[in-house]
Ligand binder design. Structure first.
Ligand SMILES: Cc1ncc(COP(=O)(O)O)c(C=O)c1O
Length: 453
């Protein structure tokens, strides 16, 4: 084996020292995000040139220009959109996956990595109550998971409808609060949404039955999508009731748990997910609430062979990867071919910390959301918009206009207290906490709510 040259030797030391320093930060700094585009391009212009540069010089540009301009989604002060909180074990093991460039395409090339990923998918499927036949793969994110699952749903509907489907656009039933990636997926797959107006933004069996009764012909419906839970408010649809109707009508039942699906691991939440076991496909993003680095979505099918029928790529050079009994090619279960073994950091972390630590970390965010709701209700100038189901809390500050929320959020970010952009609820600008990081504290919540701007 060749020894690495001196430059590589120095680069290994510098980059690992940088990574080690970042890994030891607890908590990590929130940082700023948006920097003026002109400043960034000026600082980065010409860095890539014909001649080499010293690795330390380039690392210096990264640490002085690029790193501070990225908000740390894994800071306990990041309370916007959906935060992240990767465990130290998962971050470390992500480095192992990267430094060995481990792919997870086919059993032929990476059987051990795939077997380990599959044990994680099995843990998730068991928690959801899916049958022993269930399986799938890890994809880059919820959008990729939704697209891959609904592509299978469309094929199944075409098979079911036979000649009837020819020249007809199929439809997918969604609630008003389904994620934007579902709407994008339908556009890409040339399907239309049958949008069911829902009481309290929750897709229920009653609302779905009313929509079916009001529709002249639901023969073109391929699937129904439930969300568990919604991104803006953390609401879990009526999985039991909607799933039952889907089964009766032979519609594909897809559950989008990209954000909230991990709640199945929390004992205090488990009842809210009853019905998830009926899913034909289910996704959850470990890069959200299963404490894994980006980018990672678990995509699980009740009958994976149906997905294989839709997604397996056919090329003469790929013939050798087609599997024998007991083998598994993750590439066959989504629209991708090449993929990194992105489930391995989660495998390592779950094994190191154990499932109970995960259950407790999820409960911590739910408790904080409930305590925050109590505080808001007890504060005269604040109003709780709805009781939180998961880790999201929506509230109104009496008398505030959109510009007041913007100024408040900006000041909090400028002072690096928190990143907490406002959202919209029924057209009105409101405040929104998204709790996920187990180290976000009630003291921080009080500081945020106590600020006027
Ligand atoms: C419910 C839901 N579905 C899908 C997605 C898309 O996931 P990703 O951003 O990983 O593509 C999100 C992202 O927040 C989500 O909350």
């Amino acid at each position: 084996m060749h020894q690495v040259d001196q430059t590589t030797e120095q680069m290994v030391r510098s980059v690992l020292a940088y990574a080690e320093n970042r890994l030891r930060m607890d908590p990590v700094p929130l940082d700023r995000g948006t920097q003026p585009a002109a400043d960034l391009y000026k600082a980065l212009g010409g860095v890539i040139r014909d001649n080499p540069r010293a690795p330390d010089e380039v690392l210096g540009i990264y640490s002085s220009v690029i790193a501070p301009s990225i908000i740390s989604a894994d800071s306990p002060r990041f309370l916007g959109f959906i935060p992240a909180a990767p465990t130290k074990a998962s971050l470390l093991f992500d480095m192992v996956v990267s430094c060995a460039s481990i792919q997870g395409i086919s059993w032929l090339e990476a059987s051990g990595a795939i077997a380990a990923e599959n044990t994680v998918l099995r843990v998730i499927a068991d928690e959801a109550g899916l049958p022993a036949s269930a399986g799938g793969c890890f994809v880059s994110g919820g959008s990729a998971g939704n697209l891959s699952a609904l592509a299978v749903a469309r094929e199944m509907a075409k098979n079911r409808l036979g000649g009837e489907a020819a020249g007809r656009r199929l439809r997918v039933v969604v609630g008003t609060d389904a994620h934007s990636s579902i709407i994008n997926t339908l556009r890409l797959l040339e399907m239309d949404a049958l949008v069911v107006t829902t009481p309290d933004h929750r897709l229920t069996a009653d609302a779905l039955s009313a929509a079916i009764d009001a529709d002249p012909d639901v023969g073109d419906v391929a699937a129904v999508v439930c969300t568990s839970g919604t991104t803006n408010a953390g609401i879990i649809d009526d999985l039991a009731g909607v799933g039952k109707i889907a089964k009766q009508r032979d519609w594909w039942f897809h559950v989008d748990g990209a954000y909230g699906g991990s709640g199945i691991f929390a004992r205090s939440l488990r009842d809210k997910y009853v019905g998830i076991e009926q899913a034909d496909s289910f996704i959850l993003d470990p890069h959200k609430w299963l404490f894994t680095p980006f980018d990672c979505c678990a995509l699980i099918y009740r009958q994976p062979e149906l997905a294989r029928g839709t997604h397996t790529q056919d090329a003469s050079y790929l013939d050798v990867i087609h599997v024998s009994e007991g083998e598994w090619n993750p590439t066959d279960y989504a629209y991708h071919l090449t993929r990194r073994a992105r489930g391995l950091p989660l495998w390592f972390s779950l094994a190191v910390y154990g499932l109970d630590a995960y259950r407790e970390a999820i409960e911590a965010a739910v408790r904080l959301a409930r305590d925050t709701a109590v505080l808001i209700k007890a504060t005269p100038h604040l109003e709780l918009i709805r009781e939180p189901d998961l880790g999201v809390v929506l509230f109104r500050r009496i008398g505030w206009k959109p510009a007041d929320y913007d100024a408040w959020a900006q000041a909090l970010h400028d002072d690096e207290v928190a990143f907490i952009p406002p959202t919209k609820w029924e057209g009105e600008t409101v405040g929104r906490f998204a709790f996920l990081h187990p180290h976000t504290s009630m003291d921080l919540v009080k500081a945020i709510l106590g600020r006027t701007a």
